[in-house]
Design a protein around this ligand. Structure first.
Ligand SMILES: [Zn+2]
Length: 257
């Protein structure tokens, strides 16, 4: 589809539109287009969604499309000489014409985002993850379980079946974590130390006897309060290793509004 837009140049029935990307959507386009419109040659069969993605911007990143001054949806077909303004979720205009779902709080992350996943689980966010998951599996879980897809694979995010998703801009895990919290307005949903870091299960408080066989001798002596993951059986207690995790949580919470 993308190629058909480009190869339409000069063909019969082709016409020109101007597309401008606002806010942090500039991240996805070449530097020369970050403050200047992209001139696209289209044919009449191309939706505004395809036109936008041909510029490199995945549709889950787009929350508002304004064509010739009025909001339109992804299926809208552009006319000759149209001026298109494309905005991310942070846009302040046309609040009633937004394209992205609100109240997303469950995620599936691709195999390259293990550190982001650990941070999000540490904060109690529901993130499904397998380091060797294939694209097909990621898409299936996103669709069947209504999870938002977190990935730095732009083509995967552009897959037509993806309803909601996000491309972390930074390559640093802590900044990726902050980006996801801000993008999906998760601040009020954070519940640190409530979820299993290994498998995403929700932790339950359990009596010491039920996990004692899994504990090292000194842990058996010094700790009495335990939680356990009902999915994988991993026991949790507030041992010395927790202070490192608490620092991580504090570092993140200090930076979210
Ligand atoms: Zn677990």
């Amino acid at each position: 589809m993308v190629r058909s837009i480009e190869s339409g140049q000069g063909a019969m029935n082709s016409f020109v539109v101007l597309v401008s990307f606002h806010g942090d959507l500039g991240f996805f386009v070449k530097a020369k287009h970050q403050n200047h419109p992209i001139q696209l040659v289209l044919n009449r069969k191309v939706s505004v969604k395809d036109a936008i993605e041909s510029c490199g911007v995945p549709h889950p990143e787009v929350d508002l499309i304004v064509c010739n001054g009025r909001p339109v949806d992804f299926l809208f077909h552009l006319e000759a000489d149209a001026t298109v303004d494309v905005y991310p979720i942070s846009a302040q205009i046309f609040p009633e014409f937004r394209l992205q779902e609100r109240n997303v709080c469950a995620f599936v992350a691709d195999g390259h985002l293990g550190k982001l996943v650990r941070d999000l689980r540490l904060l109690g966010i529901d993130v499904c993850y397998r380091h060797d998951a294939e694209d097909r599996e990621l898409l299936a879980r996103a669709i069947q379980e209504k999870r938002s897809l977190l990935t730095r694979d732009r083509l995967l995010l552009m897959h037509r079946r993806v309803r909601t998703g996000y491309f972390p801009r930074s390559q640093r895990p802590i900044e990726q974590t902050l980006e996801v919290i801000r993008r999906f307005a998760l601040t009020r949903k954070l519940a640190p130390f409530s979820r299993c870091l290994r498998c995403n299960g929700l932790l339950a408080t359990v009596p010491k006897e039920s996990v004692i066989e899994q504990l090292e001798p000194l842990t058996r002596i010094y700790y009495d309060d335990f939680q356990q993951c009902p999915e994988c059986g991993q026991p949790y207690w507030r041992g010395s290793h927790v202070s490192k995790l608490e620092k991580r949580v504090e570092e993140i919470l200090a930076q979210v509004e």
